[in-house]
Each structure stands twice: as structure tokens, then as C-alpha cells.
Design a protein around this ligand. Structure first.
Ligand code: BES
Ligand code: MN
Ligand code: ZN
Length: 487
């Protein structure tokens, strides 16, 4: 059951637990509705650092939770996400809770504060417990954000909806590959489209071949599971342009004949995180109603070895006519994305973003928490980078150097699918994708690192993170049409 988030000007009488802000050095607000026993907090070692929480039992049997906010001057949207998260964990076994930290907003927009609190709390309460007999999920049913005004109302609602979308992305990725096949992903897309009001079309394996999606067809040919090309469209009245979101949807990446090691395969159900982020983003657009048309394109297949699998040295023809020599069948993401990007260009969109768990090399460069950002248009890449920053998702720019382009020259085809050696692997992958976008402003997020968390963090438990959804929602909310200059 999703947590119901609401707004009230006062703390409701019946809440079991109330969160209140406390700054670094255990400084409380003068105007606070609740008197906190500061010496009790000191005894329990609570200092007021961001993300700290300390439960203080109240006389009436309820609980007040002190939530660390850090220094008043450093308070940001992220502070509120983390305060919301700390609160959700402190209130794990309560069903009704209220959070009154809006008082700590200072100069910040109260809409952003309410959104961040709700987002942080709902995301922190997420667990994937479907297959566990002994799970202890959060019991939280209702979260009241204490504050007044339309901005607070809209913000809290937005935060809850965005967190629900991120949770959908997490669910899709956490689901085992044996269950979350391309066919199943397409079924979910159709269900989501019907429920939320999106147009959804699905191409099956026959249509994929007929439409000339040779990259997707080639990667899929070794698998017993048929591929799908899923397209979702959100079209609001008065749209200020069209954006395409393309997501890598490899439901399981064994590497194919260029097979991975057992260790390397362990988490490869995660290889559809780009597609999951795009589907989840699409799911929330009708409710949030940004004024831009959005086309979601999800090429989805398994990558498996078998007697029918694609072989190193084989040549595939992508939708836009370019031919690719496949020297490593484990560099499959770029092959399916090439078809997806070609379709986006054909649709005549104004800008493209793709998300993909594309390269281990990007993880070597930026680690597990930061996505690589590449593109062909500085203004558009900057817009994506700024959206990520506001959304609290970490991305960092990487270059696509012209003189590395020759690394993907092929002896027999237009290009090859690997860069020859492992050096600069994130960049040669990016340069490969660049071949399929023409002069349409395009940004590429390599999310191989942050798509999955290896530890429980503030509002991201171990497992699928749903990375990218918040960035995309933020990007589309404040979308400005980029000019078509190549850079
Ligand atoms: N899905 C992987 C990339 C990946 C690796 C994501 C680890 C998350 C964690 C991708 O399909 C892949 O196998 N890439 C190869 C490319 C190489 C063969 C050029 C890689 O990074 O090793
Ligand atoms: Mn691979
Ligand atoms: Zn892959």
C-alpha cells in the first residue's frame, strides 16, 4: 500500500509520531509548536547533523522525533529529503505520522521543501519484499506534512507522486529477470498507459524485424524470450515541443557469446534500469502535466548465448541504415539504443535523452553513485545536468572527443561496437550512440554505477535505486527547447 501524503495547517491530534527540526548544536526553533527536552537529546548523543533522528517519548504516549537539519545556512532540498528519510525510518512501526519541519525552511521555497520531505520519506520507506516470507516493511500508512498554502499542498503531492514513480522503477528492476521478461515489461507498460492515460504501442519480434530494428533483433536472436519495442506517448494540450526519452531495456545481460563471469552476471537483471526509469517517468507525466510532449522509447530484450546467438564478427543493420560490426556481444546496449535513437530522430523530436546501464568503464571513472553525462549539444547537456542537480541525483560530464571517433572504425562495416581496448570505454560507447542522433540535441546518461545501490543509504535502500526518474521529471517540468547547434 502506498503511503498517503496529505497537508494540514496543524498537527492532527491522532498522530502516533511527530517529526520536528533541530539544527546543529541542538538548536531548536523559537516558534516551534513543541517543547523539546534538549538535555535528553544530548544524553542520547543527538547533535543535529543532517540525517540524524532521535525519538523522544511524549507524556501522552506519542513520540516526538528530533530531526537533524545541520547548520541553518546550509539547509537545502537535499537536507529535507534526508530529514524526511530519517523520519520515515524512525516512524517505521507507526501507521500515522506528521512532520513539522517546514518551519526550518528559511529562505527556501516551501513548495520545494514539502516536495523534498514527502519524497525523502516515501523513498526511504521503500522495500522490495515480494519474495520474502519474513519481511518487516514500514507500517506507515499516512504522512501529514504540517504547513499551509497551495505551494505546500502541490509540493507534498508532487513529492509523493515522484516517489511513487521512483518506486515503480525500483520494483521493475528488483524483479528477477525470470519474471521481468521483455514480454512482461510490455504488459506493464500497457497497464500503466491504460491507468494513467498514455498512448502505448508495442512491436513484437515480427514487427521488430519488419521495421528494420536490426540492433534489437540481433541482440535478441540468441534468447528464448522474444524482444519488444515499447513506445509510450504523453501529449498535453499546448505542448511547447517534443522530447524523446530512450531507455536501455536489457532484462538480463549474460554477455551473450562474449559471456560474462559468474560474478559479472550476478546483478545483470539491473540492465533494464534505463527502460524502467523512462517507463516510470512516463507514468507520472499525466498527473504532473508538464507542457511538453514526451515520447518514451524502450527497446527491450535479453542478451543470451545459444546456438542462434549473434557471433563476434557478425554485422547488423540499424534502423537508420548504418551497419555495425559486433566484435563483442557484451556491448549490446548500444546496439538496441541505436535503433531507439534512430526512431526518436525519425519522430522529429526537438531533443533526446537516453539512459543506459551502458559501461563498466563509466563505473571505473565515476564510481557507484555518479552517472556519466555525454552529449552533442552543450546547452541541452547543461539543462540535463542542472535538472539532475536540483533533483539530488549526481551526474558528471564526460567528453566525446572527435579524435576518439576512429576507435570505432570497422574493417568491414560502418562502425564497430567496441573501442578496441578497455580505455575510455564510456566515451567510445557514447561516440557510438552519437552516430544515431544526427544533429538533434541529445544527452546520454550512463547510469551503470548509480542504477543499483550496494548499501542502504539515506533514502535509497540496497538494490535498484530508480536513478534517473527524478532528473527526468525535473527536466521536463522546466523544459526549454534547445537550439540545434552541434558542439
Ligand atoms: N550492462 C553492461 C554494463 C554494466 C556493467 C552495467 C556492470 C552495470 C554494471 C554492458 O552491456 C556491458 O557489458 N558493457 C561492456 C562493454 C564492453 C564489452 C565494450 C563492459 O562495460 O564491459
Ligand atoms: Mn553487456
Ligand atoms: Zn548490458
Amino acid at each position: 500500500m502506498p503511503i498517503e501524503v496529505s497537508v494540514s495547517p496543524q498537527v492532527p491530534d491522532d498522530v502516533e509520531v511527530l517529526g520536528v527540526p533541530v539544527f546543529a548544536g541542538r538548536r531548536t526553533l523559537d516558534n516551534s509548536a513543541v517543547e523539546l527536552d534538549v538535555s535528553y537529546l544530548a544524553e542520547r548523543g543527538f547533535e543535529g547533523k543532517v540525517g540524524e533522528a532521535c525519538a523522544v517519548p511524549a507524556d501522552d504516549g506519542s513520540t516526538v522525533v528530533a530531526l537533524g537539519m545541520g547548520e541553518p545556512d546550509d539547509v537545502s532540498a537535499e537536507t529535507f529529503r534526508r530529514a524526511g528519510a530519517a523520519f520515515a525510518k524512525a516512524a517505521w512501526n507507526d501507521t500515522t505520522a506528521a512532520i513539522a519541519v517546514l518551519d526550518a525552511a528559511g529562505e527556501l521555497d516551501r513548495g520545494v521543501v514539502a516536495e523534498s520531505l514527502a519524497e525523502g520519506a516515501v523513498l526511504a520507506a521503500y522495500r522490495f519484499t515480494k519474495y520474502k516470507n519474513q519481511a518487516k516493511p514500514s507500517k506507515l500508512e499516512s504522512l501529514v506534512v504540517v504547513g499551509r498554502g497551495a505551494k505546500v499542498q502541490t509540493g507534498a503531492d508532487r513529492g509523493a507522486r515522484i516517489a511513487a514513480a521512483v518506486s515503480l522503477a525500483r520494483d521493475l528492476v528488483n524483479e528477477p529477470a525470470g519474471a521481468m521478461t521483455p514480454t512482461r515489461l510490455a504488459e506493464v507498460a500497457i497497464e500503466v498507459g491504460e491507468r494513467e492515460g498514455l498512448a502505448v504501442t508495442v512491436l513484437d519480434e515480427v514487427a521488430i524485424a519488419n521495421e528494420g530494428l536490426g540492433g534489437l533483433q540481433g541482440v535478441a536472436q540468441g534468447s528464448a524470450q522474444p524482444p519488444r519495442l515499447i513506445e509510450l506517448v504523453y501529449e498535453p494540450p499546448g505542448a511547447r515541443g517534443t522530447v524523446a526519452l530512450v531507455g536501455k531495456g536489457i532484462t538480463f545481460d549474460s554477455g551473450g557469446l562474449s559471456i560474462k563471469t559468474a560474478d559479472g552476471m550476478e546483478t545483470m537483471k539491473t540492465d533494464m534500469s534505463g527502460a524502467a526509469a523512462v517507463l516510470a517517468t512516463m507514468s507520472v507525466l499525466p498527473a504532473l502535466a508538464p507542457k511538453v510532449k514526451v515520447i518514451g522509447i524502450l527497446p527491450t530484450t535479453e542478451n543470451m548465448p545459444s546456438g542462434t546467438a549473434i557471433k563476434p564478427g557478425d554485422v547488423l543493420k540499424i534502423r537508420n541504415g548504418k551497419t555495425v560490426e559486433v566484435l563483442n556481444t557484451d556491448a549490446e546496449g548500444r546496439l538496441v539504443l541505436a535503433d531507439g535513437l534512430s526512431l526518436a530522430v525519425e519522430a522529429g523530436v526537438d531533443a533526446i535523452v537516453d539512459l543506459a546501464t551502458l559501461t563498466g568503464a563509466c563505473m571505473v571513472a565515476l564510481g557507484r553513485k555518479i552517472a556519466g553525462l555525454m552529449g552533442n549539444n552543450d546547452a541541452w547537456s547543461e539543462q540535463v545536468g542542472d535538472a539532475a542537480e536540483r533533483a539530488g541525483e549526481k551526474v558528471w560530464p564526460l567528453p566525446l572527443p572527435d579524435d576518439y571517433r576512429k576507435l570505432i572504425d570497422s574493417e568491414v562495416a560502418d562502425i564497430r561496437n567496441t573501442g578496441g581496448d578497455r580505455y575510455g570505454g564510456a566515451l567510445t560507447a557514447g561516440l557510438f550512440l552519437k552516430e544515431f542522433v544526427g544533429d538533434v540535441p541529445w544527452a546520454h546518461l550512463d547510469i551503470a554505477g548509480p542504477a543499483r545501490s550496494e548499501e542502504d543509504n539515506a533514502y535509497t535502500p540496497k538494490g535498484a535505486s530508480g536513478f534517473g526518474v527524478r532528473t527526468l521529471v525535473e527536466l521536463l517540468t522546466r523544459y526549454r527547447k534547445p537550439a540545434r547547434v552541434r558542439s
